[in-house]
Design a protein around this ligand. Structure first.
Ligand SMILES: [Zn+2]
Length: 457
């Protein structure tokens, strides 16, 4: 077992190297969403591969039909288990007027690291990388690999095809994803479940052109009103309860232990309301809010188009309308099956409505107990003095679902970002407290896996 003192000494020693590498990475505007940054994406891949090599790891730029994937690490012995750590090297655009500095100039203000990508996800990636260097120096009998994607912020369109290259990206025995946010500072929280998504467009055409209600109203059908009736039949607008028959059949409710774990996350209803600017929400009970945003499925109406939406009232009878909806799905719900239920329900109600799927992400359920979860608990305690709360995320991470489908191995999370870090927001930063705690946590995680391996050997 590695002692705490050794880890702390190592972390202090590598601080200048950590800050130097982070500075270089933040100053490459790797905005995957913006095609005008294609050359920066290439520079980012080169720099990431160089960082791996600089620390003595092997590295390879794996080409895809989009931006590449950087793969690298240390293989100390084929007989030992392999851990792959997932991070991403692309960033969100940074055009918000609230930025107080150039988002792509790295500024180190006494251990506060300013710049786009500092917390999402370059800072956490480097914490894991430097901790791995420590594990290698200690001669731990585990192979630590890194998988750095460059298309995470655009929904990972080429990730599934990219990781099929088994020669460059070997199938690991377990995965650690470091790309998530705690609920509150000082309260480490690691997700073990993600909701999926099913989007749909419901269109209805009742004529070839818009008409005037003075001439046709009363006899003419109104597609917007009919689509609103469909929406009403799909969801109770007040409670949010989905009314599609069979929708909840496959849902597994969180256990008492899971709910207890949610409560340890430091979630506060008022902070949640303030963060999103809500005047009121459907419930004030924190357990109920957490259950609703992390562990329950939803039906959301995003938009209704058609008719007139300029100033004043124009007495038009629209000829067509489109209702844009989506459903967040929880583990064990199958998007394809849910789409079938939706379609059947809508057609029965209104056979003229055309129902089309628009976007699908599978839900993900990871481990809530077992040796890997214990290893995460020990690791986070080492890094941050407290065991993490195991929570779920209301959103989706496409790459996670892809890795689970391709590799079928345990996927755990070790996120280091805080809500105040400006994730996907202006004035993003990361800090040495989270970076160094993260390094200690990763180092301990590696040593826990090494311990498991030594017991097996
Ligand atoms: Zn991210």
């Amino acid at each position: 077992m590695v002692d705490e003192h050794q880890i702390r000494t190592f972390v202090d020693t590598v601080r200048p190297q950590y800050e130097d590498m982070l500075a270089q990475m933040v100053e490459v505007p790797s905005i995957s969403m913006d095609p005008s940054h294609a050359r920066d994406m290439r520079r980012m891949a080169d720099l990431a591969a160089d960082c791996l090599r600089e620390l003595g790891a092997d590295s390879k730029i794996v080409e895809t039909d989009g931006y590449p994937i950087v793969s690298g690490g240390w293989t100390v012995g084929a007989q030992h288990p392999t851990l792959t750590i997932y991070n991403h090297m692309d960033v969100q655009p940074a055009q918000e007027p609230e930025w107080r500095q150039d988002p792509f100039i790295f500024r180190n203000e006494d251990g506060i690291y300013h710049g786009r990508g500092a917390t999402d996800d370059k800072g956490p990636a480097l914490s894991a990388l430097l901790a791995a260097r420590f594990a290698v120096e200690q001669g731990m009998p585990i192979n630590i690999r890194f998988l750095w994607e460059l298309e995470e912020e655009i929904g990972s369109p080429h990730f599934a095809a990219g990781i099929k290259d088994r020669a460059a990206i070997p199938c690991p025995d377990s995965v650690l994803v470091s790309d998530t946010i705690w609920i509150a500072k000082g309260r480490p929280a690691m997700p073990y479940g993600l909701r999926g998504l099913l989007g749909a467009r419901l269109t209805l055409r009742t004529g070839s052109k818009d008409a005037h209600s003075g001439l046709t109203g009363g006899a003419a059908r109104n597609p917007l009103a009919e689509l609103m009736e469909v929406a009403h039949a799909c969801v109770d607008a007040k409670t949010g309860k989905v009314k599609i028959p069979g929708f909840y059949d496959d849902v597994i409710e969180p256990t008492k232990a899971e709910i207890k774990s949610f409560l340890k996350s430091g979630f506060l209803v008022n902070r949640f309301k303030a963060a999103y600017g809500f005047k009121s929400i459907r419930t004030q009970d924190p357990i109920e809010v957490m259950r609703r945003i992390w562990a329950s499925p939803t039906f959301e109406v995003h938009g209704l188009t058609g008719g007139y939406y300029g100033p004043g009232v124009k007495t038009v009878v629209p000829s067509q309308g489109e209702l844009k909806v989506s459903m967040r799905l929880v583990p064990n719900q199958v998007p394809e099956r849910v789409f079938g239920l939706l379609k059947k329900h809508v057609i029965k109600l209104n056979p003229n409505v055309k129902v089309e799927r628009d976007g699908v992400l599978q839900p993900f359920r990871g481990l809530f107990e077992g040796p890997y979860v214990e290893a995460v608990k020990q690791a986070v305690k080492e890094g941050f003095g407290k065991e993490p709360a195991f929570v779920r995320e209301g959103g989706s991470i496409g790459a996670v679902v892809t890795m689970q489908r391709e590799w079928k191995v345990p996927i755990l999370f070790m996120g280091l970002s805080l809500p105040e870090h400006g994730y996907h927001a202006p004035n993003e930063y990361f800090d040495w407290g989270q970076a160094s705690g993260g390094m200690r946590a990763f180092a301990r995680y590696f040593s826990e896996l090494a311990k498991m391996e030594k017991e097996r050997m």
